[in-house]
Design a protein around this ligand. Structure first.
Ligand code: C5P
Length: 412
């Protein structure tokens, strides 16, 4: 549960763009004010079609800013000041159009100009029709914004005002409120990993058979991405090397996308030196020795024989480096029986310092699910069994354990 007390005294600049979800921002303003935050609002022309400046002004107890070329607005509060006199800029609802203009760096109205001029963190709550949200243009714009550090909350799935069902519904006011409070709690929290570098692997790998087929596995990347985010939240400078996943890039991390195990190893080695390495990726054990240059055809004498070759073990390669070994190397072990014993043996075999072991036997719901029940096994020490908890919480606890273990100087 996020501590909403983190909102007291914080200054939020809320940009309300056009969309039926704009009505929800009135509730958001009220809740922010209740918790002692100061809220100043920019209402776009589209936003003003859905909520009135009077309602926004009455709830925020502030003047509402609407026009870029307004002499009175600029005289009272120029758009530069507006963008700087806030602790956080929240765009809710964030329309497809405003996201596109933000991604393109446009500055043709007060909202886009302010967003371009700001030096403050920005959080967006997308709200639009499901097809608009899923359109590759919107997804590419959102990916661009995330890569620049913009935080994303939602959208949710469900019934939409347009009558369709799917993803694109703006997060509820209480969810946005919690995300804003979480941001401030994180920003003011301890940063014990400041100045340290972290390398995290996540997701599956894809090993090509021919130009259209590949060997893969069911890893979602949820746990690895959550660990990258949690280490970053504690101040680490994180490089996340990820196989193909549908997970959004965690804010604040450098993300290197790869397909194969060999690419993953190369990207990890390029990211060294690092103080810590957490290998959460489900790397394919084997690849097709020589992938076909052309699509394999069905005609011929039966199915092709796939000759497999062993992939490099990235965890073992990092853990067994002579020079530049990260001070703490953490591996994962997915087991279906004798979880702790097998994980101990794996720790010794790979040469890592800790293993996070989880039971992925049928019915546990760990694969692709939101929760995980893990055991933390250190090279020297009794295994710790953690109760089942969300993957985000596993990540936070693991990051705290790592921070507690890493004393001494950073790798630079
Ligand atoms: O041997 P196994 O795949 O069960 O080991 C799991 C651990 O090893 C995980 O931390 C995984 O990220 C890592 N691993 C790796 N490279 C491989 C195979 C596994 O980094 N080729």
């Amino acid at each position: 549960m996020t501590d909403l007390g983190a909102l007291a005294g914080k200054r939020i600049l809320l940009v309300i763009s056009g969309g039926i979800a704009a009505y929800k921002c009135l509730e958001l303003i009220r809740r922010l004010k209740e918790r002692g935050a100061a809220v100043r609002c920019i209402l776009t022309r589209g936003g003003a079609q859905f909520v009135t400046p009077l309602a926004v002004s009455a709830l925020s107890e502030e003047k509402v800013y609407q026009e870029l070329w307004s002499l009175t607005d600029e005289a009272e509060m120029g758009h530069i000041r507006l963008s700087r006199e806030a602790d956080l800029v929240v765009v809710a609802p964030a329309s497809a159009d405003l996201l596109a203009r933000m991604a393109a760096g446009m500055a043709d109205d007060l909202a886009s100009t302010t967003l371009l001029a700001t030096d403050k963190p920005v959080m967006v709550a997308p709200a639009m029709n499901v097809m608009m949200w899923q359109h590759p243009a919107t997804q590419a714009n959102m990916a661009t914004l995330r890569s620049r550090g913009v935080r994303q909350i939602g959208p949710n799935s469900g019934d939409m005002a347009c009558g369709e069902v799917g993803s694109g519904r703006m997060s509820e006011p209480h969810e946005i409120l919690a995300a804003i409070a979480g941001f401030f709690a994180e920003a003011s929290g301890p940063r014990p990993l400041a100045g340290r570098r972290a390398l995290v692997t996540s997701g599956p790998t894809h090993e090509p058979i021919d130009p259209v087929r590949y060997i893969a596995n069911r890893s979602s990347g949820k746990q690895g991405h959550a660990i990258a985010a949690a280490l970053s939240a504690l101040g680490a400078e994180v490089t996340l090397v990820s196989g193909p996943t549908a997970e959004p890039d965690p804010a604040g991390c450098r993300v290197v996308r790869v397909e194969t195990a060999r690419e993953m190893l190369a990207a990890c080695e390029a990211a060294l030196p690092s103080d810590m390495a957490v290998c959460a990726a489900a790397v394919a054990d084997w690849r097709v020795d020589v992938a076909a240059g052309q699509k394999l055809k069905k005609e011929g004498a039966g199915p092709p024989a796939l000759h497999l070759a062993e992939n490099p073990d990235i965890l073992a390669a990092l853990a067994r480096r002579d020079a530049g070994r990260p001070a703490l190397v953490v591996g994962f072990a997915a087991e279906t029986e004798s979880v702790v014993e097998h994980a101990r043996a794996k720790l010794a075999r790979k040469g890592c310092d800790w293993i996070v072991a989880n039971d992925v036997s049928a019915g546990t719901g760990t694969f692709g699910g939101e929760s995980n029940a893990v055991h933390l096994i250190r090279r020297d020490g009794a295994p710790e069994s953690w109760p089942r908890m969300g993957k985000d919480e596993v990540a936070r606890r693991l990051a705290q354990e790592i921070a507690a273990a890493l004393g001494g100087a950073a790798a630079r």
